[in-house]
Design a protein around this ligand. Structure first.
Ligand SMILES: *[C@@H]1O[C@H](CO)[C@@H](O)[C@H](O)[C@H]1NC(C)=O
Ligand SMILES: *[C@@H]1O[C@H](CO)[C@@H](O)[C@H](O)[C@H]1NC(C)=O
Ligand SMILES: *[C@@H]1O[C@H](CO)[C@@H](O)[C@H](O)[C@H]1NC(C)=O
Ligand SMILES: *[C@@H]1O[C@H](CO)[C@@H](O)[C@H](O)[C@H]1NC(C)=O
Ligand SMILES: *[C@@H]1O[C@H](CO)[C@@H](O)[C@H](O)[C@H]1NC(C)=O
Ligand SMILES: *[C@@H]1O[C@H](CO)[C@@H](O)[C@H](O)[C@H]1NC(C)=O
Ligand SMILES: *[C@@H]1O[C@H](CO)[C@@H](O)[C@H](O)[C@H]1NC(C)=O
Ligand SMILES: *[C@@H]1O[C@H](CO)[C@@H](O)[C@H](O)[C@H]1NC(C)=O
Ligand SMILES: *[C@@H]1O[C@H](CO)[C@@H](O)[C@H](O)[C@H]1NC(C)=O
Length: 797
């Protein structure tokens, strides 16, 4: 009892105000509280809890959690987001008698906020701020008995490890809700939640959905394919009888990153850039600001081409310039001058009838009503004659709008665009008879100003786009996004060419930390930037010791480059066919064959999404410093799409590795790679190209090989340069494996998994039959008459 008491007294002493400033605790227990400038600091020093305000001039304070190591005050959670307190010294965050954590405003003696949880414990409770930013209310004696936690009651930030779930039992869904504006944490109009069908959606005013992630396909959300686990994040998707949610965790916990439902109606992933002391955005959805429902409010107009996306339509002004300044445009715009229609007719100033202002190339507002009239004049009259009509359009028919206009967008190219006529007081529009030389001059000046503004806006938007691209440079899942200029520098302006393989040339480069890299300049790629990024991010997640690791990429304008680890020993073909002095010994060859098989097995069977390589040949097998094989160029078929077949079939010598079903134009499965692997395995054994074309007749080694293997004379196939120095059992096994792999019928070929087992000696390999197709197949590689269209399975998942 004694020591326990002393401990409690000591604790009490420690958190008493005078000492607290320097010795912050990470928890609040019974009889303790937070008030004034007191704070909790998590054990590792990552997060702080206390009173904050983003608007120093206001007397509005909130209990929140923010980053201790980020110089810009960045709350990730707010307790009393809609009910600020005005005096922090008279406010108390404490454990209330019922065991909940509660915020008390003593100046008005009222409960401002409470965790409001059901406390099922007889002992006292404690609130602890954890180092991942989670505030937990739990049993003081049993830390696994948690009653409430902030990570399950998020405000606008989705922290690593947190979840936004749908509770299937209670039907309650958690939501991220945007702040009202950049200074006011009160709930704004935009929210993110998971729907019953398991996809996330962003809604406006909890009613209108304007963006979804698409359904979960087992691997990613269909509309955000770039969100797949990589070096940076792990993603999990849970759907059981109790709940359905998605969750992410950062792998590197030294990166400070957060996902927020922003005041501008977009979800954004931000990363803290320590060097520049600011948050940079590297991902956001929906990408286009004007896709956000009612973003510019009533009579506001959105324009993607301008810096500040929102403006008021002619004749209107910002309802609240202060809110607009804080990034909250939802109040929209109000009329400068009252309409004639519906106004008090006694006043002379309203004597003239309302007019219409024409706006071309706009996305028409929501909720128009169709009218059955036969001309644009009648449409105009119909609108003019009803005082609640605010606009009309006459395109395919007459459409009129009553009341507020929402979702108007200017400089709009979409199919649902058109010309809108907005009703204004007559005095807002110039009368025709006034136009003379003076107004001509005015028009000239106005035009000049417009041009200048347009140029400025253009320059700004280019700068912003640049900045966005730069911001993206940091990370993209697993990969580094390089700038083209950086790659130019590290490759000394692409001076050291390693080779020109399929789909482009490869150059050597050395990064600042002296890592050697190989930079592949892709040619003939017509893919859009977004799709390219998505595909490449998927490739970045594929890692295996026998696959060449993708380090990063560059996408700028039409330029598409991939950055790989540099492989000092070049490609397999140079060691098999070209060098006579340094012949690869048998054990190295066997190890290489097995490694390639393992790499392919991984691509076919172990990746989340099966990848058919479609271009297995010695040129695409690279060797590292220890002569470990690494399969290169996987996934390029998919990346290049239809261009792939064009490049592939115009590559000399590739045809000998193509499976019969491909040449016959049938569907392609991973067994096509097995076929190519078999062909290549024969070349590894013999050290010769399978096909030799000469004037004295063509020689096709696989036919000979199949016969020799069938006669149990595989040893005859061995490269003569080895002078019989080989494990003959391995030569026998690998020859049989090769001949099984090149069977005509794909169902007779083993899978890569089986090939691995056979080469490892775990499975006995029987004598394979001789393929029929092989014997009839003599294709001159120079003959381009074969139209080998790329099979869809090579590039579509
Ligand atoms: C809280 O204070 C009361 C009275 O001051 C005391 O009886 C009680 O033991 C204290 N509880 C804790 C957990 O310190
Ligand atoms: C507390 O929770 C109860 C239901 O558990 C609910 O009816 C009540 O409105 C909540 N109070 C507050 C202040 O959230
Ligand atoms: C609390 O105490 C009562 C009576 O001592 C006991 O019946 C009950 O099981 C206890 N509840 C918990 C959660 O420990
Ligand atoms: C602690 O709480 C958990 C969760 O409520 C419970 O399963 C466990 O039995 C408790 N442990 C003890 C020692 O009371
Ligand atoms: C979640 O699981 C239920 C049944 O357990 C199933 O009906 C539903 O389709 C699943 N939803 C998703 C998004 O996978
Ligand atoms: C949001 O919806 C509520 C009704 O659900 C409505 O009263 C309110 O006016 C709407 N807000 C806006 C900005 O339209
Ligand atoms: C990061 O995580 C590791 C292990 O999970 C842990 O030991 C380390 O303290 C963490 N670092 C930070 C800054 O949270
Ligand atoms: C004002 O006069 C117009 C016709 O000039 C009429 O349509 C409108 O109803 C009048 N408004 C009122 C409020 O009397
Ligand atoms: C104007 O249009 C509104 C909406 O359709 C309708 O409710 C109202 O009756 C109309 N007013 C007149 C004067 O036609």
């Amino acid at each position: 009892m004694g020591p326990a008491c002393a401990f409690i007294v000591l604790m009490f002493f420690l958190i008493s105000p005078s000492i607290c400033a320097s010795h912050a605790s990470d928890s609040i227990t019974t009889n303790q509280s937070i008030s004034g400038k007191q704070k909790l600091i998590s054990v590792g020093g990552n997060f702080v809890l206390g009173f904050f305000t983003k608007d120093e001039s206001s007397a509005k304070f909130y209990i929140g959690i923010w980053y201790k190591k980020v110089s810009e005050l960045t709350p990730v959670w707010v307790a009393n987001r809609a009910t600020p307190v005005s005096d922090t010294t008279k406010s108390l965050l404490h454990i209330s008698p019922d065991g909940n954590l509660a915020l008390l405003d003593q100046s008005i003696n009222s409960l401002v906020w409470s965790t409001n949880a059901t406390i099922s414990s007889n002992s006292s409770t404690v609130a602890v701020l954890l180092d991942n930013g989670n505030l937990v209310l739990r049993d003081a004696d049993n830390s696994s008995n948690i009653f409430w936690q902030s990570i399950e009651n998020p405000t606008h930030t989705w922290l690593s490890g947190g979840k936004i779930a749908l509770n299937k039992i209670t039907g309650v869904s958690q939501r991220l809700i945007s702040w009202k504006n950049s200074e006011d944490p009160a709930p704004g109009l935009f929210s993110l939640e998971i729907k019953k069908d398991g996809q996330y959606q962003i809604q406006w005013n909890m009613s209108k959905s304007y963006w979804t992630t698409g359904l979960w396909d087992g691997r990613a959300f269909t509309k955000v394919p770039e969100m797949t686990s990589g070096y940076m994040c792990d993603y999990t998707y849970v759907n059981n009888s109790e709940e359905n949610y998605f969750s992410y965790t950062l792998k590197d916990n030294s990166t400070i990153s957060r996902l927020i439902m922003d005041v501008k109606g977009q979800i954004k992933m931000l990363i803290w850039e320590e060097v520049n002391q600011k948050w940079i955005q590297f991902w956001s959805e929906p990408e286009a600001q004007c896709e956000v429902t009612a973003f510019c409010g009533p009579f506001g107009s959105c324009n993607e081409q301008t810096l500040q996306k929102c403006s008021c339509v002619k004749g209107f002004n910002q309802k609240s310039p202060k809110d607009w300044g804080l990034g909250d445009y939802s109040g929209g715009c109000v009329r400068n001058k009252r309409l004639h229609c519906g106004a008090n007719n006694n006043s002379a100033s309203f004597s003239e009838q309302d007019k219409f202002f024409q706006m071309s190339s706009v996305r028409l507002p929501d909720l128009g009503q169709a009218l059955q009239v036969s001309s644009d004049h009648e449409c105009m009259l119909a609108c003019l004659n009803n005082c609640s009509c605010t606009a009309y359009a006459y395109g395919a028919g007459c459409t009129v709008w009553y009341g507020d206009l929402l979702n108007l967008q200017e400089q709009y190219e979409g199919l649902d665009g058109g010309t809108l006529f907005i009703r204004l007081a007559a005095s807002e529009l110039p009368s025709h008879h006034k136009i003379g030389s003076v107004s001509g001059l005015v028009a000239g000046v106005v035009a000049a100003v417009v041009v200048v503004v347009a140029v400025v806006v253009f320059i700004l938007s280019v700068t912003i786009r640049r900045r966005r691209r730069r911001a993206f440079r940091l990370v993209n899942g697993a990969l580094v996004v390089f700038r083209y200029s950086d790659l130019q520098r590290v490759t000394k302006n692409f001076s050291h060419k390693l080779g020109s393989g399929s789909f482009g040339s490869v150059f050597k480069g050395v990064l600042l930390d002296s890592t050697a890299i190989a930079v592949k300049k892709l040619e003939g790629l017509r893919q859009g930037e977004k799709q390219f990024r998505a595909e490449v991010s998927t490739l970045g997640t594929i890692q295996h010791v026998n696959l060449v690791p993708l380090r990063g990429f560059c996408v700028e304008g039409t330029k598409r480059l991939l950055v790989f680890d540099y492989m000092p020993n070049g490609s397999l073909d140079s060691h098999l066919f070209h060098s006579n002095d340094n012949v690869l010994d048998w054990s190295a060859r066997y190890r290489i064959a097995l490694g390639i098989a393992r790499g392919l097995e991984y691509l076919h069977e172990k990746c989340r999404e099966c990848i058919i390589h479609c271009d297995i040949k010695p040129e695409n097998i690279l060797l590292d410093a220890e002569f470990n094989p690494k399969v290169a160029d996987f996934g390029l078929a998919k990346l290049l799409g239809r261009e792939f077949s064009h490049v592939l079939t115009s590559m000399r010598g590739t045809i000998g590795y193509l499976a019969p079903e491909w040449i016959l134009g049938l569907a392609i499965t991973p067994k096509a790679d097995v076929y190519s692997f078999g062909m290549m395995l024969l070349e590894i054994i013999s050290g010769k190209r399978n096909a030799k074309w000469s004037e004295n007749g063509s020689h096709y080694f696989p036919v000979e090989a199949a016969m020799k293997v069938n006669e149990n004379m595989a040893h005859c196939l061995l490269d003569e340069r080895l002078e019989g120095n080989a494990n003959m059992e391995e030569v026998n096994t690998s020859s049989r494996v090769a001949c099984w792999c090149i069977q005509d019928m794909e169902n007779q070929r083993p899978t890569m998994g089986m090939v691995v087992q056979m080469l490892e000696g775990l499975v006995e390999v029987t004598v394979p039959p001789i393929s029929v197709f092989l014997q009839g197949l003599v294709i001159d590689p120079e003959d381009q008459s074969h139209n080998l269209e790329i099979p869809a399975s090579c590039y579509s998942s």
